[in-house]
Design a protein. Sequence first.
Length: 152
Amino acid sequence: MNTAQTALRSTHRIASVLAVSALALGLAACSKTEDATVGQRLDSAVGRTEQAATDARIKAEAAMQSAGNKMEQGSQTAMEKIDDATITAQVSAGLAKDPDLSAVKINVDTVNGSVTLNGPATTPAAKERAETIATAVKGVTSVNNQLTVTPS
């Protein structure tokens, strides 16, 4: 059973309890000795019960909306993590295709689309190519090229 269904059942229970409570209060009010007729007392009790049911419905809708928002936020966070892992894998794969770059020695770290490259590059041109390869990957927002040129 998912979170939305659990929240919905919980809100239905709350609505039922509120409706029953309102009806009990209405019936208790009916036992008071007043000049109101039985019909008037019943109408008053029904009105209070309807108001309690409306209030419960509003609270239930708010609870369901809140649960939906939390589920959406959790799914968005998971998608961001998947995207960062995908970006890291694609940058590493691109580096592995270049004969002057060692995908094994270059550390690729991605956080929210921002890629950081650490490790050795054989030439300044190879260092620039590594940055170009990383920049070309879909989803990359920036590249922090920390590669150091160390001739092999």
